[in-house]
Design a binder for this molecule. Structure first.
Ligand SMILES: *Cc1c(COP(=O)(O)O)cnc(C)c1O
Length: 493
């Protein structure tokens, strides 16, 4: 693209004295109000860009065009993907009736918001087969920490203080061991079998009376259904531990499998993945935590409780509870994310929620089967919502997963997740999500075949990609070690 605004900082578009906006005349003095005290006024004018209105508009519009998002193209990022984000959710969440609320308002004035909060808790409990949910945690990792604190509170309440270890599979998301460590628990790693699922024979000898519980992700980070869950849950329960379900990627299970029905005691869900909040740039998120009957008293405070006034009239209150593990967030969590989730659940309804999982599974398997002729598929068979390749099949070209990811950008596709999970050297993790059309999936498949062919015919072309993006391949090590985040640093660099 070639225009005068492109690729420039707004400070580089400055023309001294140019204005895009004029403030009304300062009338304070006309009202007899004293001018600001000298101690509060600036010594010199702020260094703001001096630009006309059109320049400002074009500058930011061009910048937004440089961004890649689900609204501009296919985004097959595995694990943390941007799943379906219906626009109606944004409209509802932004409605002034909700967005205009203040967390310190008296509860009598926010009964509608508390009703949404309460009903979302109930919907999640029903979808997950759990007794109760809290919506307080701000993210998946925060939910894990909350869940593990519940696990610890449970053991402590029984005076069982030697349970200080948590079992985590080697395929787990990095947040699992991190949350356990933050909770003050020691991590014991259990190995995976060649088919990517937890190795029950490796698990057995790890179980004793020091085990607080086990964390499992299902489908796991390889997109595989953990088919030994019933056996594993029995082993862990028999030794006195609790089962924790990492439900960050619950969408392939929605309406098909409920974690509470297959032996899990505590779990979290990522509303910003499965329940449709866009979450680029690290936020905003919400990681509700659910528990089975008998653990609800440990949920964090405050909790939203419902009181029946008469037949169909309720009053909602916000309360601390005696045995609660305490507060883990400010107020009740990220309300706008909850609004999106609740809208999404109501929009789909009881029947349509059941086709989310099968569609996610169908799309992933379609892409996998059509690409396994040119990409290395270490674990075959039916996957759930996502799958992992181990780079290109033909290793003789020297073209890596990073090169393929960069070349995809030239064709207008966001790169899949790369080099995670750590089980394969050239991991390329693809999750198409449930709502992509067959035409989009076919276009992606064609481009992936094309790149595989380019890797054979002209490997340099792929190894030096991207060629068509605003900036070429970046030195990510330098970017991490010496980030340039201000204009001043850029001038000095
Ligand atoms: C995304 C993810 C998490 C962490 O969720 P955050 O909201 O990023 O903290 C945990 N486990 C799995 C399997 C995930 O995909």
């Amino acid at each position: 693209m070639n225009n005068v605004y492109y690729g420039k900082l707004i400070f580089e578009l400055t023309k001294e004295g140019r204005k895009g906006y004029s403030l009304p005349k300062n009338e304070i003095e006309n009202y007899g109000i004293e001018a600001l005290p000298a101690a509060l006024t600036r010594g010199e004018a702020p260094a703001l860009p001096e630009v006309d209105e059109l320049t400002v508009v074009r500058h930011y519009t061009n910048m937004s065009n440089n961004n890649f998002g689900v609204d501009t193209g296919f985004y097959a990022l595995g694990s943390c993907t941007m799943k379906y984000n219906p626009k109606i959710n944004e409209e509802i969440a932004a409605h002034p009736f909700f967005s205009g609320l203040h967390p310190l308002q008296d509860v009598s004035t926010v009964q509608g918001a508390l009703e949404v909060y309460y009903k979302l808790q109930q919907s999640l409990a029903e979808l997950a087969g759990m007794k109760e949910f809290t919506l307080n945690p701000y993210a998946g990792a925060h939910g894990e920490l909350t869940g593990l604190m519940i696990m610890r509170s449970y053991h402590m309440s029984r005076g069982d203080e030697k349970r200080t270890k948590v079992i985590v599979p080697d395929s787990a998301h990095g947040t699992n061991p991190a949350s356990a460590a933050v909770c003050g628990l020691d991590v014991v790693v259990v190995k995976s079998r060649p088919d990517g699922t937890v190795d029950v024979d490796d698990l057995r000898p790890l179980l004793d009376d020091t085990i607080a519980g086990m964390m499992m992700t299902n489908p796991n980070t390889l997109g595989i259904f953990e088919h030994s869950i019933a056996e594993i849950a029995k082993l862990v329960h028999d030794c006195g531990g609790l089962m924790y379900y990492d439900g960050a990627n619950l969408n392939p299970m929605l309406g098909k499998v409920r974690p509470g029905d297959i032996g899990f005691d505590i779990m979290h869900i990522n509303l910003h993945k499965t329940f449709s909040t866009p979450h680029g740039g690290g936020g905003p998120g919400s990681g509700p935590v659910g528990v089975r009957e008998g653990l609800e008293q440990f949920l964090p405070a405050p909790r939203v409780l419902r009181h029946e006034i008469d037949d169909d009239t309720y009053h909602y209150s916000v309360e601390a509870c005696d045995e609660s593990l305490g507060s883990i967030s400010g107020f009740l969590g990220n309300f706008a994310v909850m609004m999106r989730a609740y809208t999404y659940i109501l929009t789909l309804g009881r029947e349509n929620v059941k086709i989310v999982g099968p569609l996610a599974t169908l799309n992933a398997n379609y892409v996998k089967e059509r690409l396994k002729d040119v990409f290395e598929l270490p674990i075959g068979g039916v996957c759930k919502h996502e799958f992992v390749f181990d780079g290109l099949k033909d290793k003789s070209t020297g073209v890596t997963t990073l090169d393929v990811a960069k070349r995809l950008l030239d064709y207008g596709f966001h790169a899949p997740t790369i080099y995670f999970p750590l089980l394969f050297h050239e991991a390329l993790m693809i999750e198409p999500t449930e709502n992509e059309s067959k035409e989009t999936l076919d276009a992606f498949i064609d481009v992936m075949h094309k790149i595989a062919q380019e890797a054979k015919d002209d490997p340099e072309l792929v190894k030096t990609a991207p060629h068509c993006t605003p900036v070429r391949r970046l030195d990510d090590t330098q970017a991490a070690l010496k980030p340039i985040v201000t204009y001043k640093e850029l001038l000095e660099a």
